[in-house]
Ligand binder design. Structure first.
Ligand code: UD1
Ligand code: CA
Length: 500
């Protein structure tokens, strides 16, 4: 898609100084996300796809936030401030001042038009060159053009652009709109920008006036119409943001289905931009795959599952669970109803069952933590079985400490392992134990008080209660049974004697 060598465009200028007031947000509009990425990143990526000699982003409102994002993720971008927001013409003029001496095409795009693709830009540049244009404007024909600048044609040729607020009633009938995306000849901009003025309904410098300027100076102006209307759509408020997010997601989901992923319910499946799915994995309804989650072939995720930055191995199953910064290796099973926190690594064919919370826990191959457990700051060997209700007590109120379980350790149900503690290979812990010291390999640790049974306590201390009555009946029944058994034995004895 890139135009290489001296075929490269001189610059792409991304306009991003606008207020974004309708978002009603402390966060810059440009950093609000679509499919898990800031909308500005989409605009910058489309620009970078052209491999331009220079990339300039014009910032203004909430400048520090926008600049911070660009410096962190796109060090190659030149950030230019527009000190006064005096219109799109003023914004381009700021960029041109920073692009002193640039020769060739200058592409102008918007930071808040995230669905525009690099390939649309590349096609537009090809057309610009083929037709020898001085300006090419990206346009679209839409059902309701209210608010947009209109493309005024003269004998089929683009004559000028008129803003909605400046348009006559007849011009407002025009349905071909200006997207605000252009390819300009840099010379034209250098000559024309100083001639812009603010004698219009909004008292701003309009970049759109460059179209009329080019025509008046005998230069060619072209329009490149895009069919996919989403590519010209801007985001101004959170209603538009949600609508566009749904569309971006719909395209991502559809793309994965075409790549061989089974998605049972596309509408309730949310997949972020940077997620990777292998063919023949299955995504059940109500599932969110976020961050840089990776799912291998044969794995089944969901229903009702959220995974952020999780790696899922081949044929693993994750049902109704929540995971973050975790690895689930091949053939392992998770859920229903478990929470995998940062640093969880579940080994191949292992199991994190129901109502289990794990954090910074490395669970060896084939090891199982099937029911109702908290497992934090732990390393478990292979073939371990952790009984229901076991708690890894990793926190003493001020410090976190680790627990180590060797291979083939067996932890009886309802135990508490008080860290730091080390349980050797093959050791067993009896159910209900509170383990506070290390257990050597192969040992049985019974760490609980011995039980005591006080016979007929209920009849003595709760006489007259239903419990006592039930207990009496039970002992009566035993007496009857014993008497019955005795009678049978006696009868047998008599029979044997009679036969002698
Ligand atoms: C602009 C166009 C209009 C087009 C519409 C498409 C002009 C005069 N009008 O109108 O023909 O149909 O976009 O959405 O250009 N910006 C700056 N600095 C400024 C003003 C704007 O950087 O001083 C940036 C904004 O951040 C935004 C873009 O330019 O990304 C467009 O600004 P906006 O105010 O939305 O332009 P419109 O009036 O909608
Ligand atoms: Ca706008």
């Amino acid at each position: 898609m890139s135009t290489s060598g001296d075929q490269r465009v001189a610059a792409v200028v991304v306009l991003a100084a606008g207020g974004g007031t309708r978002m009603k947000s402390k966060k810059s509009k440009l950093l609000h996300e679509l499919a898990g990425r800031p909308m500005l990143s989409y605009a910058v990526d489309a620009a970078l796809a052209l491999d331009p000699r220079r990339l300039v982003v014009v910032v203004g409102h909430l400048r520090e936030q926008v600049e911070g994002h660009l410096n962190e993720h796109y060090p190659q971008v030149s950030v230019v401030e527009q000190p006064v927001r005096n219109g799109t013409g003023g914004a381009v003029a700021c960029a041109m001042a920073a692009l002193d001496g640039a020769i060739g095409e200058v592409v102008v795009t918007y930071g808040d038009v995230p669905m525009l693709t690099g390939s649309t830009l590349a096609r537009m540049i090809t057309e610009h060159r083929t037709n020898g244009n001085a300006v090419t404007v990206l346009t679209a024909v839409i059902p309701d053009a209210t608010g947009y600048g209109r493309i005024v044609r003269d004998g089929g040729e683009v004559a000028r652009i008129v803003e909605h607020k400046d348009a006559s009633p007849a011009e407002r009938e025009i349905r071909e709109i200006n997207s605000g995306i252009y390819v300009f000849d840099s010379e034209l901009l250098r000559e024309g920008l100083p001639t812009l003025d603010t004698s219009n309904a909004q008292g701003e410098l309009y970049i759109t006036d460059m179209v009329g300027y080019a025509r008046d100076h005998g230069q060619r102006v072209g329009a490149f119409q895009v069919e996919d209307l989403w590519q010209t759509e801007g985001v101004n408020d959170r209603v538009q943001l949600a609508r566009m997010n749904a569309e971006v997601n719909r395209r991502i989901v559809e793309n994965w289905m075409r790549e061989g992923v089974t998605i049972i319910d596309p509408r309730s499946t949310w997949i972020s931009h940077d997620v990777t799915l292998a063919p023949d994995c299955v995504i059940q309804p109500n599932t969110q795959l976020l961050g840089t989650t990776v799912v291998a072939t044969g794995a089944v995720i969901g229903p009702d599952t959220t995974l952020r930055d999780v790696e899922v191995g081949e044929d693993a199953l994750v049902v109704r669970s929540h995971g973050e910064l975790a690895v689930i290796e091949a053939g392992a099973q998770v859920g229903p109803y478990s929470r995998l926190r940062a640093g969880t690594v579940l080994g191949a064919n292992g199991k994190i069952g129901s109502f289990v919370e794990t954090k910074n826990a490395q669970i060896g191959e084939g090891s199982k933590v099937p029911h109702l457990t908290y497992c934090g700051d732990a390393i478990l060997g292979e073939g371990v079985n952790v009984g229901a209700g076991t708690i890894f007590a990793n926190y003493d109120g001020s410090h976190k400490s680790p627990t180590h379980l060797g291979d083939h350790v067996f932890i009886g149900s309802n135990s508490v392992l008080v860290a730091p503690v080390d349980i050797g290979d093959g050791a067993f812990v009896a159910a209900g134990s509170a383990v506070v010291e290390d257990v050597p390999p192969g040992a049985l640790a019974v760490a609980r008080s011995r039980g005591h049974i006080s016979v007929q306590w209920v009849q003595r201390r709760r006489s007259g209660s239903k419990a006592a009555e039930a207990a009496d009946t039970a002992s009566g029944k035993i007496h009857e049974k014993v008497a019955g058994a005795r009678a049978a034995l006696d009868a047998e004895q008599q029979a044997r004697e009679a036969n002698k």
